[in-house]
Design a protein around this ligand. Sequence first.
Ligand code: ATP
Ligand code: MG
Length: 424
Amino acid sequence: MSVQGLKGFKDILPAEAATWQRIEATARALFHRYGFTEIRVPILEKTELFVRSIGEATDIVEKEMYTFEDRNGASITMRPEGTAPVLRAFIQHNLQLLQPIQRLYTIGPMFRHERPQKGRLRQFHQMSVEVLGTDQPMVDAELMAMAWQLLSELGLTVSLEINSLGCPECRPAYNQALLDFIGERNEKLCEDCQRRRTTNPLRVLDCKNEACREQYQGIPELPDHLCPACAAHFEEVRGLLALLEIPYRVNPFMVRGLDYYTRTTFELITADLGAQSAVGAGGRYDGLVGQLGGPKKMPGIGFAIGMERLVLLLEQAGAAEEEPEPDLFIAALGDEARQQAFRLMQLCRQSGLKTAMDPAGRSLKNQMKQAGKSRARFTFIVGEEELAQKAGILRDMASKEQQEISLAGEPAGWRDRIVPIIIR
Ligand code: ATP
Ligand code: MG
């Protein structure tokens, strides 16, 4: 039996490649317009980086990381997300010295040991952006506007949900309010929530258990417990979203699966992917750079969009991209004609045309069939007869119109006569 790929590790086959490329090209062009430059970071990092940033009591660190010892016995982890590695690089290379506000993006694979299902893989891909060096609400709104624009440029409609998780000033009081509330209901809660009381009370807001949800009617909501500075920040973010006419909904139960978030958090939600409803998500992490050993006062914010989910949405919408068809198929018969055609193909490719020919030089009928199958826009026919009469035939495959092209001189001259007809 042949060796199969790992569960949750998917091949992106040629038929899907054009869709992936369009997503990436659209994102790169958009990120550049918003002032972002690319950073590429390694896939492997010290395990400690993720434990210190994502948080010990999160699903990602507790259950989902691909962590192993390398040959020297050091604990290393395949990155489950992009923010921590980008911040590690930012700190390590003192990027803040180059520019007080850094806008970085990165695109690549992430790894989480989850139960594979539609839109949920063990190797998946994210496009993620980070802005470091400012806590201005304008940047929060700008990032959400950029994510929104990316999806609309791809022709997708999602809804934006936002929340504020407060800061180390207001979080303790809110945690206490939560603890008081769930303490009264402890016996009726699921095991996870009972454990969350001691590990991270905020997580109970996110519990999917029906019984817990019932118990949480009337649970204290974060936006009502923000300190004045966080409340003002949230208010301003909301005002700016309104100013940009970006529709959003405040979801007071959105907590996100990573511990580093402060203040603004957001998710882009779709109704079209079943349980995998989040297409992208992000938020502010004002303490994270300091926590990782970088400059103490270095606020930041970022988001990540899951590419597999975008591909699924585009496919479902019938908007998957197709490989562009060849501009030209050269059908050649006879040794001499095939030699000249081969030279012509090279010249046409140098001139920017997607050009194909049959390397095996089968019958003309067979080659015309191949030309049709390839959906080439034009076919150029050079056989022994054409060569002798110094006139090839250029056929427009859609209109079926044919015209003679002089074969006088070298293939470079033929190319000069063909290219202007095809590029219009
Ligand atoms: P979910 O709630 O679906 O597990 P998440 O909160 O774990 O998502 P983030 O860590 O915020 O996701 O990552 C941002 C985006 O990356 C998600 O919105 C999603 O589109 C994508 N993503 C996350 N995990 C996976 C996965 N295992 N497979 C495919 N895409 C994923
Ligand atoms: Mg997850």
